[in-house]
Ligand binder design. Structure first.
Ligand SMILES: Nc1ncnc2c1ncn2[C@@H]1O[C@H](COP(=O)(O)OP(=O)(O)O)[C@@H](O)[C@H]1O
Ligand SMILES: [Mg+2]
Length: 235
């Protein structure tokens, strides 16, 4: 579904992403972890087209999208959320979702059939008429994910979706993402610092450190990897 081949990106002298290759298939939930500054957000920005790589190629469903613009990638099936929330503060919750729904009309993909169910699963059904600034932080994060899902993505990119959530909310988010995996069969890449959350929700984990992939595997393989322990303890 999504394939990165030897992707690199430098900012001045900093190699933010260095020769990263990875593959994800339909229904995969891939966790992307690593210390601060490892290059995780940069990788998501390269996939979503906010940044252009210095080297390498990105394929979505077999199509080379490396030089496509962000909005073109969105139409082809890439949706994302941001580490810093991007909600329209002057619109209601329902209107925020509607904007995404309208955008999806320009997509090459069909509309999301189960959007009402998604809104319910992310606990926003009774909040449509609230001003978005009346939502708790945890619900704003959920709203971002629902908006991304309204684009009916093939691949959903989540940058720290559990940041600022309490343990209960994080557990609910974990259940909701599992539900999405089962019902919408999109591939998901999720960045987070909460290892318990990542281990619970992901089938595979890729670990980055200083721009490089240092380990990849199932959650239990990753938690026993010496390089991973070193990268974390080192920070
Ligand atoms: N727009 C940018 N300009 C300059 N340096 C950047 C930019 N974005 C990220 N970096 C640098 O690239 C490295 C990786 O950052 P980032 O991808 O945000 O890491 P992570 O999300 O893993 O914490 C860091 O050293 C960061 O300072
Ligand atoms: Mg980041």
């Amino acid at each position: 579904m999504l394939s990165l081949r030897n992707i690199s990106k430098s900012f001045g002298g900093v190699k933010a992403v260095s020769d990263v290759s990875l593959e994800i298939e339909k229904g995969d939930v891939l966790g992307l972890i690593g210390p601060n500054g490892a290059g995780k957000s940069t990788l998501i920005n390269l996939i979503s087209g906010l940044l252009a790589p210095d080297n390498g190629a990105i394929y979505l469903s077999g199509k080379n999208i490396t030089s496509r613009k962000s909005y073109e990638r969105a139409r082809l099936g890439l949706a994302r959320t941001f580490q810093n929330l991007r909600i329209y503060p002057n619109l209601t919750v329902g209107q925020n979702i509607e904007v995404a729904e309208i955008s999806s009309q320009y997509s090459e993909r069909k509309e999301t059939k189960n959007l009402d169910e998604i809104i319910h699963v992310f606990d926003l059904s009774d909040k449509a008429d609230l001003a978005s600034d009346e939502l708790s932080y945890g619900h704003l994060r959920r709203l971002e994910i629902v908006r991304a899902l309204a684009l009916n993505p093939l691949v959903l990119l989540l940058d720290e979706p559990a940041a600022g959530m309490n343990e209960n909310e994080t557990q609910e988010l974990s259940n909701s993402l599992r539900w999405v995996q089962e019902n919408n069969s999109c591939a998901i890449i999720v960045i987070d610092h909460d290892l318990k959350f990542i281990m619970g929700v992901c089938d595979k984990i890729t670990v980055m450190n200083m721009g490089e992939v240092i380990a990849s595997g199932k959650p239990n393989e990753i938690s026993n990897d010496a390089r991973v322990k070193e990268a974390y303890i080192g920070h």
